[in-house]
Design a protein around this ligand. Structure first.
Ligand code: AMP
Ligand code: GLY
Length: 421
């Protein structure tokens, strides 16, 4: 099979790495890819939010399956365009991608099916949003409705802060994403991520993970896209995962199908768990980044068969071969991230790293200039490893992280602390 993966981050490097291990893969192209992906696959320059351009490229390259990594092309309808052009695609339609692209839409679906989630209000003007605050207790969560690259969620500790956030959002602090605002009850508990494949009808769980969103050790400092992750998530035990499936994921998927917008692809349910009861925080319509890195490390080559079965609507007959293992990824980021940081700094020591089926340095934001790997983003490398225990996975991941020679980078030293303590 000839496979095209859209995206160029650590998530896509991990997907490419898993796909390349599968003997059914004849050719792999990643667009746009990065310096790490270029070592294992062909990279192509392509506007991945332009469905027509992707379809033309896929036709020229005899592509049999297209895997869409990030949410932006999905929300832009690239999967629709590609399916319309006759390609097999792993990734939801724009209509189904609203589960990530509109927080108000997701809350409305949850209400329609009775899925446990935070109480909320949905507003299109500042005055009514502020009026709603009167009856609420603090902290409270204020969210820009649309896609805001993970930045559109503010947990306000005081009424003054909540009101100021509402004003900012309606004043355009998050662009069009903040033209509508959702205000939510603050949920207590422990967060975990639950990943399932959905082919419109059947739902197949493929793993759980927990990430660390704060930039600093001890889960301090500003929020980031994720500074590390591990799988499985101990808090999402079998009984809790089953509840999440029965009360949240399956009813949502059935409702999407009933409305004529069936979901196809990976669904990432962000859950808040308290006393064994999961509640939905959010859906994402793609793999998490860096959660994908630990999932791929554990699934390996079968990930390609599972995505293929999902795209072809054959999940009813698909099975995941579970190993009793653990994986961890540690994100190496540019100093200053998630604030301002330098670009173009040189990274050394990558050539000497061991790269095996249980230890991989995935690239997230790199490019190759004159044979030298340089950092191009905030989150730059993902030191990822697998082990029989989480401790073993952790030791291997940190061995990789320590071996990198990048004075302008940093990483958290305590990924997995909650699960290991
Ligand atoms: P979201 O983009 O909706 O996932 O929000 C980003 C982060 O904000 C989540 O991962 C949670 O840590 C936090 N968060 C969002 N909504 C809530 C809520 N209702 N209660 C508590 N924390 C929340
Ligand atoms: N790591 C969180 C996300 O991918 O949304």
């Amino acid at each position: 099979m000839n496979i095209l993966i859209l995206g160029g981050g650590g998530r896509e490097h991990a997907l490419a790495w898993a796909v390349m291990q599968n003997p059914k893969c004849d050719k792999l192209i990643v667009a746009p890819g990065n310096a790490g992906i270029a070592l294992i696959a062909e990279c192509a320059r392509l506007d991945i939010e332009d469905g027509g351009a992707v379809a033309e490229f896929a036709g020229e390259n005899n592509i049999d399956l297209i895997v869409v990594g990030p949410e932006a092309p999905l929300a832009a309808g690239v999967a629709d365009d590609l399916r319309g052009a006759g390609f097999l695609v792993f990734g939801p339609s724009a209509a189904a991608a609203r589960l990530e692209a509109s927080k108000a839409f997701t809350k409305e679906i949850c209400a329609a099916v009775g899925a446990p989630t935070a109480g909320y209000g949905h507003f299109t003007d500042a005055a009514s949003a502020k009026a709603y605050l009167a009856g609420q207790s603090m902290p409270i969560v204020v969210k820009a409705d649309g896609l805001a690259a993970g930045k559109g969620v503010i947990i306000a500790e005081t009424l003054t802060e909540a009101e100021a956030t509402i004003d900012d959002m309606f004043a355009g602090a998050f662009g069009g994403a903040g033209a509508e605002v959702v205000i939510e009850e603050f949920m207590q508990g422990e967060e975990a991520s639950f990943f399932v494949l959905v082919d419109g009808a059947d739902v197949l769980p493929i793993g759980t993970a927990q990430d660390h969103k704060r930039v600093g050790d001890g889960d301090t400092g500003p929020n980031t896209g994720g500074m590390g992750a591990y799988s499985p998530a101990p808090v999402l035990d079998e009984a809790t995962a089953q509840k999440a499936l029965d009360e949240i994921v399956k009813p949502t998927m059935a409702e999407m199908a009933r409305r004529g917008t069936p979901y196809q692809g990976v669904l990432y349910a962000g859950l808040m768990i308290q006393d064994g009861q999961p509640r939905l925080v959010e859906y994402n319509v793609r793999f998490g980044d860096p959660e994908c890195q630990v999932l791929m490390m554990r699934l390996g080559a079968q990930a390609m068969d599972l995505m293929h079965a999902c795209a072809e609507g054959r999940l009813a007959e698909a099975k995941v071969n579970w190993a009793d293992d653990h994986a961890m990824t540690v994100v190496l980021a540019a100093t200053g991230y998630p604030g301002a940081y330098k670009k173009g700094t040189r990274i050394g020591g990558l050539e000497a790293l061991p790269e095996t089926s249980s230890q991989m340095m995935f690239h997230a934001g790199t490019t190759s200039t004159d044979g030298q790997t340089v950092a191009t983003g905030g989150r730059v490398l993902n030191a990822t490893a697998r082990g029989a225990t989480l401790q073993e996975a952790r030791d291997r991941a940190y061995d990789l992280a320590r071996s990198v020679d990048w004075p302008e980078g940093f990483y958290r030293k305590d990924i997995g602390w909650r699960a290991l303590s």
